[in-house]
Every structure is written in C-alpha cells, then in structure tokens.
Write a protein that binds this ligand. Structure first.
Ligand code: FE2
Ligand code: FE2
Length: 285
C-alpha cells in the first residue's frame, strides 16, 4: 500500500514513463507560433501516414458531420481550425502510442472502447446542453482513465491484484485500486497529464472524474467527463465485466442542471448516439 506522496516519489523515479506522441508535441509547438500556416501544420501531420488516414476517417465520419467529403489534411485543418486539429491529433495518436498491455485482467481494446465512448458522450452532451467547451471535450473523455496505462505498464502485479480484488469482492476496479495499491488511476493520470503539460482543463478532467465535487477550475468539463463515464458504463461501453456501476455524483448533475430522473431518457438518447457513430470505434482497429 502506498499513499499519494509515496506514489509520486515512485513515479518521479521512473525514467520510462510514457511520453506524448511526438506528432502532438510538434503540432502544439507549431500552433503556438501565431505566424504558422495551414500548409505547415498539414505537412507535419502528413508525414505520418497512419495518423493522416485516421484523421481523414474521423473528419469524414458522422461525428464531425461535414456535409462534403474532406479529401486532404490541408482541407481538414482549414475546416477544423488549429486547436481542434491539435486535439484531434492527440486523440488519434494515443491509440498507436499505447497499443500493448501487460496485465491479463486489463483488456486494452475494451479500455479504448470505453475511452472513445466517453469522448463521444462528452462531446455530444456538451453540444446538447450548450455547455460550451467544444474543442477539449472529446480528448477529455478519451483520456480520463489514462492513469490505467501507467498501472498496466509499471505496476503490473499490483494492478492485477487490484482487478482481482474488485472482481472477488464485488467492488469497482477503482475501489480495488484504492484498497490494494492505496493510490488510483485518477491520481496517477493527473500526474501523467501534468508531466505531459496538457492544458489544465484536461489535467483536471483526468484528476477529478471520480470526484467531480472537488472541482477547482473547470467544474462543467469535469462534470461532463464524470457524467459520460457513468453513462458509458451503463451503456455497456467497454469493460463488459465491470461489476459495479459508478454512481452519478450529485454535484456533477447539479452543475449540468440535471437530476436523477432525467438519466433514463439520457441513456436512451445516448444509445442512439452510439449507434450513429459506430465508425468512431473503428479507430482502434
Ligand atoms: Fe476512472
Ligand atoms: Fe472510465
């Protein structure tokens, strides 16, 4: 069992923590320059064929819903704008960066399915309820559980034990981590997101998705991610063997002007959203 301070010390001592995809780092650097051109950004993306084809697939999917076919990255950059392109690059490149896993009880495919589902829900709910985040919502949902990647890569034995504990004792994997490891994927994810120097809104969404009541700066984004996580579990999106469903946090519901009675309708509506966006889940194939 380690507490958070101890965990931070362990993480500080690891010299092979996962790094952000280089292409994302490069694009982020580029768009900080106010004089950067569309062609320059497009050129960096086009150097990576896998990313290029995934972005084009995504941009042409019903998720973005453009009425005409987008055939080039240049065109995609113009239509999306730099900031959305930056987040989209991060979204499609993480699958490649973290494509293998170690822990038997941790199904990476299900993990990414759940993560994509959360990104989709987060973006859809943001639009539906006019919350107004736009750019960050997909990637916030996508990355919310990223701490599990560190558990899988660096705490194999403990993570396996935590998952077994959860299964045996009928608690959530999150509870299993708290009991067995003493620290959990939200805290570890926060560490990683900070290390990666992701925008603070994203760090917070990762850090607080299980405890949205502890909000610091972006209560609505944290609440959206929490809600999306809970809904994704109810919709069976990823982790099919997830025994205990996370509870909707009253702070998050209040923040988004929702109440428990509205949840069943929301679930029905989001089921349809999943059906309409099946191609999004093919990003991991
Ligand atoms: Fe989580
Ligand atoms: Fe989750």
């Amino acid at each position: 069992m380690v507490d958070l301070d101890e965990m931070v010390r362990i993480l500080d001592g690891l010299d092979d923590l996962p790094t952000l995809p280089t292409i994302y780092v490069e694009i982020s650097k580029q768009i900080r320059d106010p004089k950067v051109s569309v062609s320059e950004v497009a050129r960096v993306i086009e150097m990576d064929q896998a990313i290029t084809s995934k972005i084009l697939r995504l941009v042409n999917s019903s998720f973005f819903g453009f009425s005409r076919q987008v055939t080039s990255i240049r065109q995609a950059v113009v239509l999306l704008g730099f900031s959305t392109v930056q987040n989209t690059v991060l979204s499609v490149s993480v699958f490649e960066s973290f494509a293998t896993n170690n822990v038997k009880g941790f199904n990476l495919k299900e993990f990414w399915k759940h993560s994509i589902g959360c990104g989709l829900l987060c973006t859809t709910l943001d639009k539906k309820m006019n919350v107004g985040y736009q750019d960050e919502t997909f990637v916030a949902g996508l990355l919310h559980d990223i701490g599990k990647i560190i558990l899988d890569h660096h705490f194999e034995k403990e993570f396996e034990e935590a998952l077994t504990y959860a299964k045996t004792n009928g608690v959530s994997p999150y509870e299993g981590e708290r009991v067995v490891i003493g620290s959990s994927h939200d805290e570890i994810g926060e560490y990683l997101a900070e290390k990666w120097k992701l925008p603070y809104a994203l760090v917070e969404a990762v850090a607080l998705h299980h405890h949205p009541g502890n909000i610091r700066g972006n209560p609505k984004l944290v609440s959206l991610v929490h809600l999306s996580d809970c809904l994704a579990h109810r919709l069976g999106c990823g982790y099919s063997d997830n025994y205990v469903l996370p509870e909707f946090d009253p702070h998050a519901l209040e923040e988004l002007d929702l109440n428990e009675e509205m949840i069943p309708d929301l679930i029905e509506e989001m089921k349809q959203v999943f059906d309409d966006n099946l191609e999004l889940f093919k990003l991991i194939d």
